[in-house]
Design a binder for this molecule. Structure first.
Ligand SMILES: Cc1cc2nc3c(=O)[nH]c(=O)nc-3n(C[C@H](O)[C@H](O)[C@H](O)COP(=O)(O)O)c2cc1C
Length: 172
């Protein structure tokens, strides 16, 4: 298959959550990513896919650690900000953002997110024009946010506000 636009359109039918990946230190950086998912429960593993030309690629590749903020329904502006190539480099890009350093990695955890994870890179796999970073979970924390942010057909949408008594579906 060689039609890039068609492939994008097909994949846009999959609604995803939205995260911001962050890295601390001399390669400090943040990047919006929806190619993020859990991989294993025992041990707890996650994965993210990062474009080879993204600044985040070199940042994770050298630091070998990253944090993940799962954005809430009120944080569309952060998803837009951390996918905008015009933002500053390094820690300066976090000046306008409320964040807390992760206890394990020091990477910025965005305040107001639904949940946060900190990870160490266990393995990096070639994934075409992206790399697949497999992360061992060092910490995982849930916040109180009532609604989530999704990306579907190229647009952001707010979802959630689950009622008390809702029964979550168990997946494995
Ligand atoms: C909703 C959304 C999801 C995205 N998901 C990813 C992703 O999973 N992986 C990726 O490499 N880029 C993704 N991007 C694009 C990057 O956020 C964007 O190219 C960013 O500017 C790259 O940043 P960097 O070069 O400063 O690291 C996404 C963008 C948006 C708006």
């Amino acid at each position: 298959m060689d039609n890039n636009g068609h492939f994008r359109e097909v994949m846009a039918q999959l609604a995803t959550g939205v995260t911001v990946l962050t890295v601390a230190g001399t390669r400090a950086h943040g990047m919006t990513a929806n190619a993020f998912t859990s991989v294993s429960l025992d041990p707890p593993l996650v994965m993210c896919c990062v474009g080879r030309t993204a600044r985040m690629h070199a940042a994770i590749g050298s630091t070998r650690c990253f944090a993940v903020s799962i954005l809430s329904g009120e944080q569309e502006h952060l998803a837009r900000y951390f996918s905008d190539k015009r933002r500053a480099n390094g820690m300066a890009q976090f000046d306008s953002v409320s964040w807390t350093p992760g206890p394990c990695t020091g990477a910025p955890l965005l305040n107001g997110a639904l949940a946060w994870l900190e990870c160490e890179v266990i393995e990096a796999y070639d994934g075409g024009d992206h790399s697949i970073f497999l992360g061992g979970v060092l910490s995982a924390t849930r916040g109180p946010g009532p609604s989530g942010l999704t990306f579907f057909r190229g647009a952001f949408q707010r979802v959630g506000q689950s009622a008390v008594g809702d029964r979550p579906v168990s997946s494995s």
